[in-house]
Design a protein around this ligand. Structure first.
Ligand code: FES
Ligand SMILES: [Fe+2]
Length: 316
């Protein structure tokens, strides 16, 4: 079986995949934003800051002070407010500067922000935010160090939906035809069952033993975020990936989850992480420097994903 050719630009006439869909983005791990720290970044060129209040809640605001435009990354967290370093006006969680006539009526935009799975999600749009990823089961989560690859987030997402590479890269064979559904809950879902082929290394061998060679996976795409739930016999686990483009690199935030059952759940969580990353390591070398071609590709997973991504509203 030969790999899908993914090497050049989008074909003429097809709508481009959106670089910045109007959706949630994972921008940090929870542990990146300690109390008192001001975290800063940007989405589609729009700069933001995030800080944690005394009550440990996250607040996200436009990065520039509504008074005279100083960047708020040099500000100081004071209780539930952020004090701008330039003239010491204080912004509340809504971005309002109160008690200062000089700023009356001026406001920094407050961005919807959420913290789940040990990750920080930011909504950069102006309307009602879509639903956040929602696993079918309750898991205990652990966020890992983000992976940075010289590639594009479309390529990372397409890899998760590319059925053909399951055999060539992961030594897996479909035993039940894949089922696609959606958009449901503002995501598309893809379920499949594979068995392990020879030559996959230690992790594949172990997966084969644990699952009785029947690995069920449900994968969902929520714009820039991918949720995976796997069933390896008695080990049910999940992983979530949030992709964000940084120039010619993509940063993949990630967290793994396992069901908090029994006394060995922490060990299962470590094993889950090892399984996911042993699987993904096989992808990284192939995805680096990839220029995704999606048009004209027959693979039903890639085609379904392309249609869904093109249907997403774009950030303005
Ligand atoms: S620029 Fe921020 S208080 Fe003046
Ligand atoms: Fe892959």
């Amino acid at each position: 079986m030969s790999a899908v050719l993914i090497s050049s630009a989008t074909m003429a006439g097809a709508a481009p995949l959106p670089d910045w869909p109007d959706t949630w983005y994972v921008v940090a791990r929870s542990s990146d934003i300690a109390r008192g720290k001001v975290f800063d970044g940007s989405i589609a060129g729009k700069a933001f800051v995030i800080f944690r209040t005394e009550a440990k809640e996250l607040v996200a605001l436009d990065a520039h002070c509504p008074h005279m435009g100083a960047h708020l990354r040099s500000g100081k967290v004071v209780g539930d407010k952020l004090r701008c370093a330039l003239h010491h006006f204080e912004l509340d969680r809504n971005g309002m500067v109160k008690e200062h006539k000089a700023c009356s009526g001026r406001k920094a935009r407050a961005w919807p922000v959420a913290e789940r799975f040990g990750l920080v999600f930011l909504f950069a749009g102006h309307g009602v935010p879509p639903k956040l990823p929602c696993p079918e089961n309750e898991y205990a989560w652990s966020a890992g160090r983000p992976v940075v690859l010289r590639s594009n987030w479309h390529a990372m997402m397409a890899n998760g939906f590319d059925i053909l590479h399951m055999a060539t890269v992961h030594q897996r064979e479909l035993v039940v035809p894949p089922v696609f559904s959606g958009p449901v809950d503002e995501a598309i879902h893809f379920s499949y069952t594979t068995r392990v082929l020879p030559g996959g290394g230690l992790s594949s061998w172990l997966m084969k033993r644990l699952s009785n060679n029947h690995i069920r996976v449900r994968q969902s795409c929520y714009g820039t975020i991918m949720l995976v739930e796997s069933d390896l016999g008695r080990i049910r686990s999940s992983a979530i990936f949030g992709f964000i483009q940084e120039g010619d690199q993509v940063r993949a935030f990630n967290a793994c989850g396992t069901m908090k059952i029994g006394v060995f759940w922490r060990l299962r969580l470590l094993l889950t992480r090892w399984f996911y990353f042993a699987f993904l390591r096989k992808d990284y070398g192939v995805i680096e420097d990839m220029r995704l071609v999606i048009d004209g590709i027959e693979d039903p997973g890639v085609r379904t994903l392309g249609d869904f991504l093109r249907s997403l509203p774009v950030l303005r």
